[in-house]
Design a protein around this ligand. Structure first.
Ligand SMILES: O=c1[nH]c(=O)c2ncn([C@@H]3O[C@H](COP(=O)(O)OP(=O)(O)OP(=O)(O)O)[C@@H](O)[C@H]3O)c2[nH]1
Ligand SMILES: [Mg+2]
Length: 204
């Protein structure tokens, strides 16, 4: 089976990429499989910049093609926060529950119709042999008043998906993988992946 490496240490993302890529005939490795993988500093101001930083650093380190994912939650009433700081919104400890609590607290006086938000995912595909490619995907929703559901990760328990009538954390993993920002970004990448792999094969 073909292998693809994802430059992430996030277990929730790793699980989603495994199932998203498995159906496409790829096995997935992440930085959780490489003991001494570097911690890439996310110094970019956009999701795309950070996805490129992660993909290029790990691709350089391993000498292979690598996908980087930088993603997060954009809340309209918070002027786009937590945005690129989604993982560490409530501090460097990177606690999903503390991050979620902070968003709920900041939105406590905001009425339902103004609690609109979206998840955004930028993917970068980098290789030592060719130019980096970036794509993105998003999914629209609304921030609930309290967490609901136990699936997924991050802000999923407070992200209500109108078309499903449920929070992201109430959806089964296969249901999230049909509509998520990550799945949408991967769709966009798919259109470019074959050509990328062909160029890769001719250059090796
Ligand atoms: O409820 C959620 N459902 C999702 O599907 C999702 N995708 C991203 N996020 C949030 O955004 C941060 C990413 O930050 P991020 O891209 O820097 O990743 P990370 O630091 O967790 O791992 P790494 O990939 O950098 O190793 C994550 O931690 C989460 O808080 C999500 N929340
Ligand atoms: Mg990160």
């Amino acid at each position: 089976m073909k292998t693809v490496i994802i430059a992430t240490k996030n277990k929730g993302k790793a699980k989603e990429f495994e199932s998203l890529f498995h159906s496409r005939g790829f096995q997935v490795q992440t930085l959780l499989d490489f003991e001494d993988a570097l911690d890439v500093e996310e110094t970019g101001t956009t999701f795309e910049e950070n996805a490129i930083l992660k993909a290029e650093a790990i691709s350089k380190m391993l000498g292979k093609f690598v996908i980087g994912d930088d993603s997060g939650l954009i809340v309209d009433a918070l002027d786009g926060r937590p945005g690129v700081y989604s993982a560490r919104y409530a501090g460097e400890a990177k606690s999903d529950s503390a991050n979620t609590e902070k968003v709920l607290q900041e939105l406590k006086d905001v009425p339902e119709e103004k609690r609109t938000a979206r998840f955004y995912c930028a993917l970068a595909l980098a290789s030592p042999n060719q130019e980096t490619i970036t794509v993105s995907g998003s999914v629209e929703g609304r921030i609930t008043n309290e967490p609901k559901g136990t699936n997924g990760f991050g802000y999923d328990p407070v992200f209500y998906v109108g078309e499903k009538g449920k929070t992201m954390a109430e959806l089964k993993s296969n249901e999230k993988n049909e509509i998520s920002h990550r799945a949408n970004a991967l769709h966009a990448l798919e259109e470019k992946l074959d050509a990328f792999l062909e160029r890769e094969a001719t250059q090796l």
